[in-house]
Ligand binder design. Structure first.
Ligand code: G6P
Length: 368
């Protein structure tokens, strides 16, 4: 049955482990494996080449999937993106241009604020795409097009497999947009599609780091405050890592753009504040490594989440290093997302928390 934990202690852990299979399913909706080409998207009522901008709207983890996708749409499709917290957008009532695209991200498809924001965009004659896990949900029904996450029911209150599925669907959409707008070279597109094909295997390899992640989570379990730092695509994952940790372990955590370190959070850095640095190698990782040196110099225990090419930056500092599988830098946030899920999970279980039913939180927030 679906509500069966199988060999796992918690639904959250089971759902974390279901990611390679679920992602493989959803990748099958994005690209045709034999020909390694993008599949034609479902009948969209607009052309990406006619768009001037995109809004992406959600709450909680779904919002952070949108915050990550902003980088992909802007980089590959050269489309400006506003990412909106649904509860802010619906009451701010921003002026909206008709004919532009609004993307709504929701695991449950029932989040009240997200649904209200969707209705607001519809009323402004925007095109509405929903990325949802529950095809019969209100948000799916009220959208022009609903794209499924294909990851199966998610029971754990803290979203895990839905998040990586949201990221994957959004990346697929950004690549469609890029192709249609002629803003990506065929060669670059091909290499991204190949990396997408290898993503489930990379996620499996990440799950094999479970013991290491569990070991490192002892550093977090002792702390009262934790800082997560990331740049570019890893900034939203730093926010997600902090969100996951606070939701299920009740340890105060903040995610920060690494470049903002010196504009505030560095004042809090000391021996008792572990810093999780998300920096798989890319064109910005060197800059993040400098921020890592700044926190290490102040005595903070550093957990560096990187890949083979980034390891050496951490060894010199005596950091705890988690070496994720190497992938195309554009896809690495999907892999580091899994690492922060396991860090939060193991920290919470060491503290004896009920990770599937964290206090005060609900799986689906259908009231404001
Ligand atoms: C709740 C859940 C989160 C989820 C958020 C948005 O806060 O605990 O895990 O990210 O709602 O839910 P949705 O169903 O719209 O994705």
């Amino acid at each position: 049955t679906t509500a069966d934990k199988g060999p796992f202690r918690h639904f959250m852990l089971k759902e974390i482990h279901e990611q390679p299979e679920g992602l493989s399913r959803v990748i099958g909706t994005i690209l045709d494996r034999p020909s390694m080409s993008l599949l034609p998207p479902p009948a969209l009522p607009f052309r990406f080449s006619d768009l001037k901008q995109v809004s992406i709207v959600g709450c909680g983890t779904a919002y952070l999937a949108g915050a990550t996708a902003k980088y992909w749409f802007e980089r590959f499709a050269r489309l400006p993106v506003q990412v909106e917290i649904a509860s802010e957008m619906r009451y701010r009532e921003p002026p909206l241009d008709p004919g532009e695209l609004a993307l709504f991200i929701s695991q449950s498809g029932e989040t009240a604020d997200t649904l209200a924001a969707l209705r607001y965009c519809r009323a402004a004659d925007q095109h509405v795409i929903a990325v949802v896990n529950v095809p019969q949900s209100s948000i799916a029904r009220e959208a022009d097009v609903a794209l499924p996450l294909m990851c199966g029911p998610e029971i754990g209150v803290a979203s895990t497999k839905a998040f990586t599925a949201q990221l994957t669907v959004l990346l697929g959409l950004a690549l469609q947009a890029a192709r249609d707008r002629g803003t990506i070279e065929q060669e670059r597109l091909d290499s991204l599609l190949e990396a997408l094909c290898r993503l489930p295997a990379a996620i499996s390899a990440t799950l094999e780091l479970d013991d290491e992640l569990k070991g490192v989570s002892r550093v977090l379990a002792r702390a009262r405050n934790v800082l997560f730092l990331g740049r570019g695509l890893h900034y939203p994952i730093a926010l997600e890592g902090a969100l996951k940790l606070k939701e299920i372990s009740y340890i105060h955590a903040e995610g920060y753009a690494a470049g903002e370190l010196k504009h505030g959070p560095i004042a809090l850095v000391e021996e008792a504040v572990p810093v999780v640095v998300l920096a798989p190698s890319d064109e910005l990782s060197e800059k993040t490594f400098s921020n890592m040196q700044e926190v290490a110099a102040r005595g903070a225990p550093v957990i560096l989440v990187t890949d083979e090419a980034g390891r050496s930056a951490g060894t010199a500092l005596g950091a705890h290093i988690l070496t994720l599988p190497t992938t195309d830098p554009a896809l690495s946030p999907i892999i580091s997302a899994v690492a922060v899920q396991l860090l939060a999970y193991h920290t919470a279980t060491q503290l004896g928390a009920d990770v599937d039913q964290p206090r005060n939180l609900a799986k689906s927030v259908t009231v404001e």
